[in-house]
Design a protein around this ligand. Sequence first.
Ligand code: NAD
Length: 254
Amino acid sequence: MKLQDKVAIVTGGASGIGEAIAIKFAAHGAFVIVGDIQDELGQKVCAAIGPRATFVHCDVADEASVEALVNTAVARHGRLDIMMNNAGVGEPGGRDVRDLDIRAFDRVMSVNVAGVALGMKHAARHMVPRGSGVIINTASNVTGAAGIAPLAYTASKHAVVGLTRTAAVQLGRYGIRANAISPGAIPTPAFVRYFREAVPGMDENGARADLESALSVEDVANAAVFLASEDSRFVSGHELMLDGASTVTDKSFD
Ligand code: NAD
């Protein structure tokens, strides 16, 4: 019970990594508010968790929607302790710079980058006056391995790390920590939709032959619990890679 009675928002919590994080946070005693654009799935996740979970429709690319999500958490529980900015999208194709589709690029940026920035902004507005809080942003191991994923997605996740470090520096004086988690490939719905073609060595189920294929959404949720809890009380501005060393391996020596 590392998060007993903490109040946590998880964006993108209706599916995949966010769903696993919402379940794990609640299992550690937290009250969880899931924000997502997939209402039915999000409500199902919250119903499975039980009375500690609430679903709120939220589009992270829309500021009013993010503000309402944070306000709902604070109105319901009196405070916000943990902001998990996890919602993210990729773009189909788009690995080759010559194929850049600027509309797809803008859409990815508005969800993955503006969505995280807005989540941090509205969370910080509640956390600063209380002098405590934790922000965790889901980036990706594409920050350590250029060329494995589509262009906009790769750029967006680098931006997430930059936002995280900036927030850590600015908000540290108010007792607020900010960190990023960068998972490797996991065959969640989004991953299968956007990246299967892009990742070399992937089979039709989205599995890889190397160590990374053993990565699960629970592994990411465990890392999120660590970053959300007092166990990581001096960790801030950090990007936690969860990729079985794939980004530090030079495949040409295999
Ligand atoms: P997923 O599709 O299973 O979950 C993403 C969730 O985000 C969905 O429930 C979706 O409805 C929600 N979402 C999308 N746009 C939204 C918006 N505008 N507002 C609110 N919610 C929105 O995918 P996932 O793999 O669990 O991805 C979660 C995060 O992990 C993403 O940021 C993704 O980039 C990142 N990530 C995934 C992998 C992987 O291999 N699966 C690896 C590294 C990083």
